[in-house]
Design a binder for this molecule. Structure first.
Ligand SMILES: [Cu+2]
Length: 150
């Protein structure tokens, strides 16, 4: 009864972890890179429908060999980005990554990211869960003061 053996093996390998889909990532987008720029950022609303706090501990992308979690702080009148070790998503709540606030920083973009492109982003949580995303690239105002060059 070889067929039965194969069927049982397939059943045993079926995923048991479908219940942990507590993280929903909505409205994700990445900032298109200006000419000659090698940095970009990814923004999204990360929703936690579960009963336990989730902690985002790292992110990665094929679009950039260096990816960091960043926050923006005010240093006097100056907005500064700084790396953070983790981003908390409260139970039954959400955390918004947006310009001028928390974001996923791409620090070594190897190929220019143009509006209409998609990049892959993987989010790793403290419990080992990995969320793979396909993120569209959009043109975004920087959120910080900038001057036009004329
Ligand atoms: Cu940053």
């Amino acid at each position: 009864m070889k067929l039965n053996t194969i069927l049982l093996t397939a059943l045993a390998l079926a995923p048991l972890s479908a219940a942990n889909a507590a993280i929903d990532v909505n409205d994700a987008y990445a900032r298109a890179t200006p000419p000659n720029a090698t940095t970009s950022a990814v923004f999204a609303t990360i929703e936690n429908t579960g009963d336990e706090t989730r902690t985002l501990v790292s992110a990665s992308s094929q679009a950039s060999s260096i990816v960091e979690l960043h926050d923006v702080i005010m240093d006097g009148d100056v907005m500064k980005m700084r790396q953070v070790n983790s981003i908390i998503i409260p139970a039954k709540g959400h955390t918004t990554l947006k310009p001028g606030s928390l974001h996923i920083m791409l620090l070594d973009v190897n190929t220019p990211m143009k509006e209409g492109d998609n990049i892959n982003v993987e989010l790793t949580f403290a419990n080992g869960e990995v969320q793979a995303l396909t993120v569209p690239v959009k043109k975004v105002m920087s959120g910080m003061k900038h001057h036009s060059h004329h």
